[in-house]
Every structure is written in C-alpha cells, then in structure tokens.
Design a protein around this ligand. Structure first.
Ligand code: 3PG
Length: 305
C-alpha cells in the first residue's frame, strides 16, 4: 500500500517521522509532498497512492480523477471544508478527520490573540485586562471548550452559543449557555469564533450581528475566513472605532483592512493555530493510525462522508 502525506503547510519534522513509523510498522510505503506551489504537483503525486493525509490542502474532483487507486483521505485536523465530499463518495473514497487532536493548540492561539488585543497590540500604551470581561464562545466544540478552560484561568465571565451542543453540557463546564448568536454578541465584549465553514455559516458574521457587541468589542477568528462577511466587517469597523478584529486566517481583503485599520486589525501571515509540534504529532499520527485501521481492518470511525 502507498500512502502520501500532502501538506502545503508542512507538519513538524517529528510528526512526519511518527507518521512514517506508523506506516513502516504496518508494512506500508510513505511518500511526502510538502510546500508544493502548483496543483499539478499534487495531481502527479496522488497517481499511484491508496491513501492521503492532508491538512487544509484542497482535495477536489481533479484530485479524485487523478488518484485512481485512492481509497481514503484523512484530514489531519478538524475542518474538512477543503474536501469535496460528494465527489469522494462518488469515487468510493472514504474521508475522515481527526477531531480534537489539534484543538488545544488553536485554543492557546485564540487566548494569545485576546491578550494581544487587550494590550493594544503591544504598542507601549496602557491596555486593559481580561479578568472580569465577558467572553462569548461561538460554537462549543473541541476548540471552544479548550478556550473556555483557558479563559477561566484569566478570570473571564464565560458565555457560549452552540446550535447543536445541548445547554447542559455547556453549563456543566461552568459556562453560561445562551439561546442565540444574537444574545451572545449582545452580551460579550470578546467573541471567539469556532464555527465551521458550511453553506449555512458562510458570511453569517455580518454587520447586524457584530453591531450588537458592546463597546470596545474584540472579535477573534481562529475558525475560517469564509464565515465573515468581509465587506460588512469593513463597514462596521468604519462605523465603530472601538471595534478590533484579530484573525488567524488571512482575509480576502487583507490589504484594505491593513490600510484602514492598522491599530485595530491583525492577522497571522498563515493559519498557524494548529501549527505546533504537539498538534502535528497528535493529528498526524491519529490520521496515520486511522488510515492503517481502515486499510487493514476496515475501521471507519471518524468517517465524515
Ligand atoms: C483545522 O481545521 O484542523 C484547523 O483549522 C487547522 O488547519 P491546518 O491543519 O491547515 O493548520
């Protein structure tokens, strides 16, 4: 069996070694395609393989067409909006993710962005503290609950809204469950986004919702850029000089945001929430074990299509 690790944004070296070891022990052959710059390189690399490990790499119909032996794709991470699930199913390819494996890393980055916002982007001026401030966690999945755990340490007041997670689970963890996104944004000075990019959530973080936030509002996005209505965010930040936006995903209108809001807008250069050795080890090795389990034993736990 041939396995490809296709990561435009590479894993830590240690994680790659760990993945290779899992496949070595299972008698499988691993190839590595990192930092590729053209889709043609990916299409060439997938030709003979039975399985692929990816991160945010785009797996579309062209990839399924090129990979005639492909049986399984595992997204080493949580969000699988980068994989064309319908085409995967049509080609009889199993798609899985590795939920929870990189969530602490993303949550720590979100916490860091909150501190960066509170301290005025470390510009030397007097900032504020997180203690006693209200934090709204928008979607209480693996990342959201890790953010709650960390924010408790800061002494923040915690609120969450999740359309799917029962209120009892949220409240058991000392977080107040609210019944709508509107209520969450109205209540909280800080909001941390943890919703996936789906047709229903795309552009859903818009002017009307954000304008409900109280004064000195801070929006943290370590989820997906697609959930933000970018044009309306610009409008809002023009109308609300108190509003800050910090993101781990470069927006489509990065140049405009930088030019208009140099002291209230920050983006990492490349999504790096999950970019830690620990998260790479956890997600990468879980992906490898899931592939070995599927190919050798037909185990389909974590299948998403
Ligand atoms: C995820 O969905 O797991 C995170 O967004 C991390 O994505 P990455 O593997 O591209 O860093």
């Amino acid at each position: 069996m041939k396995i490809l690790i296709a990561t435009e944004k590479p894993f830590a070296t240690e994680a790659v070694k760990g993945i290779q070891q899992v496949f070595g022990n299972a008698g499988m052959e691993t190839s590595l395609l990192e930092k590729y710059t053209a889709k043609a390189q990916l299409l060439e690399a997938v030709k003979q393989v039975d399985a692929i490990i990816i991160r945010s790499d785009i797996i579309d119909a062209d990839v399924f067409e090129a990979a005639q032996n492909l049986k399984i794709v595992v997204r080493a991470g949580a969000g699988y909006d980068n994989v064309d699930l319908e085409t995967a199913t049509a080609h009889n390819v199993v798609v899985m993710n590795t939920p929870g494996q990189n969530s602490n890393a993303v949550a720590e980055l979100a916490a860091g962005l909150m501190v960066y916002a509170a301290r005025n982007f470390y510009d030397g001026t007097s900032g504020s503290e997180l203690m006693g401030k209200k934090l709204g966690i928008h979607a209480y999945g693996n990342v959201g609950r890790n953010v709650a755990r960390i924010a408790k340490g800061f002494g923040m007041e915690l609120y969450a809204y999740d359309a799917f997670c029962p209120a009892g689970i949220i409240e058991n963890e000392g977080v107040k469950a609210l019944s709508s996104a509107e209520e969450l944004y109205e209540t909280c000075q800080y909001v941390s986004l943890h919703i996936p990019a789906t047709p229903a959530t795309k552009n859903s973080i818009n002017y009307a919702l954000l304008n409900r936030m109280p004064g000195k509002a801070v929006l943290i996005n370590t989820a997906r850029k697609e959930v933000i209505h970018e044009a309306e965010l610009v409008e809002l930040m023009e109308d609300r000089p108190d509003f800050k936006y910090l993101t781990d995903i470069v927006p489509g209108n990065d140049a405009e945001m930088k030019a208009k809001f140099p002291k209230r807008y920050f983006t990492t250069p490349k999504k790096m929430g999950a970019q830690t050795t620990e998260a790479n080890n956890n997600a990468g090795i879980a992906a490898a074990n899931q592939i070995a389990g599927f190919l050798l034993k037909g185990d389909t736990k974590f299948r998403v299509n």
